[in-house]
Ligand binder design. Structure first.
Ligand SMILES: Nc1ncnc2c1ncn2[C@@H]1O[C@H](COP(=O)(O)OP(=O)(O)O)[C@@H](O)[C@H]1O
Ligand SMILES: [Mg+2]
Length: 300
């Protein structure tokens, strides 16, 4: 079976003068249809750069090696138009800061209608009804009123729901959610995670879910086909079936993360309980230790 998204030996680096900084190192992954792939790592480990590179949106100046394919096609098609088409229709993006994906100057309804116009043949009236329906799908109450509001009139949780509705307009087969709950308080954030979990069942979309919070990773990656990757200094030091990685970790770093406060987030910056030698070790390429379960060992 071909994966929806496949990466092989993906590397991303940035050049600063004569120095090169490797931000993503030798990442290979397969994301099947209807699955969650959670990328778990401390701040600065390379999660955002990886997520964006996977969908052909790497930052300017990034040097990319290796390959990424979406449904068997490269995700970095040469022509910008082809890339836009892939991004709008087949891949949706939800970022940590919904303000960044929403237009402050236009109403929620106008923004939904514009994206819907690109994807569906609907007249004005039908687009308006469809915008309301899309808000209902993300459980926004009183959607008829919300379509007339500007983003600044909504709470953070509502704004994130609107940006999820926008990302789903083209009925994408893949949604990339980069810390979608991290800017929200715990309860509101948990509801957004549960919403994404529900939507992947109802819409059948796969989700790449980026988080620094092990509790959040466990909350979203709970189906047998779901996978978790633990990222450290740009490497997947461990990745495999969610149930295996989160309950029977094979890498010392993952074990450290799990041994930290069970429900707590990895704090901004570094996790105090991880010994320096573990963090700074020179981790070699991943080796398969069980079916679909990969672990890096220390380079000799
Ligand atoms: N556009 C860029 N140019 C240069 N370096 C970058 C750029 N974006 C990110 N980086 C560097 O890549 C590393 C990983 O960043 P990022 O992917 O944002 O981490 P995370 O999302 O895990 O917190 C950081 O050291 C960051 O400084
Ligand atoms: Mg990030």
């Amino acid at each position: 079976m071909t994966a929806l998204l496949q990466a092989r030996n993906l590397g991303v680096s940035f050049r600063y003068g004569s120095r090169t900084s490797q931000v993503v190192r030798d990442v290979s992954l397969d994301i099947p249809e209807r699955s969650v792939f959670a990328v778990l790592g401390e701040s600065g480990s390379g999660k955002t750069v990886l997520a964006r590179t996977l969908i052909g949106l790497e930052p300017a100046g990034a040097e990319v090696r290796g390959s990424v394919e979406f449904s068997g096609r490269p995700t970095r098609p040469a022509r910008p138009a082809a890339r836009r088409k892939l991004l709008g229709r087949e891949i949706g993006l939800v970022s940590q800061d919904p303000a960044a994906s929403l237009d402050a100057m236009r109403t929620v309804g106008a923004q939904l209608a514009e994206v819907l116009r690109r994807h569906e043949r609907l007249d004005r009236r039908a687009r308006r009804d469809e915008a309301v329906r899309r808000l209902e799908q993300v459980h926004i109450r009183q959607p008829e009123q919300v379509v007339r509001k500007y983003p600044s009139e909504l709470s953070g949780g509502m704004r994130q729901r609107v940006s999820i509705a926008l990302a789903l307009c083209g009925r994408p087969r893949l949604l990339v959610a980069d810390e979608p709950s991290s800017a929200l308080d715990a309860i509101v954030g948990a509801r957004v995670v549960d919403l994404l979990d529900e939507l992947r069942c109802t819409t059948g979309t796969s989700i790449v879910f980026v988080t620094h919070d092990i509790g959040v990773a466990a909350r979203i990656a709970h189906e047998p086909q779901d996978r978790v990757a633990v990222m450290l200094h740009g490497r997947f030091v461990e990745h495999g079936p969610a149930a295996e990685v989160l309950t029977r970790p094979r890498h010392a770093y993952t074990a450290c993360l799990l041994a930290g406060e069970p429900s707590a987030a990895i704090p901004r910056g570094e996790l105090a309980t991880v010994p320096r030698e573990l963090r700074d070790a020179d981790w070699g390429p991943p080796r398969q230790v069980a079916d679909g379960h990969w672990v890096c060992e220390e380079a000799a």
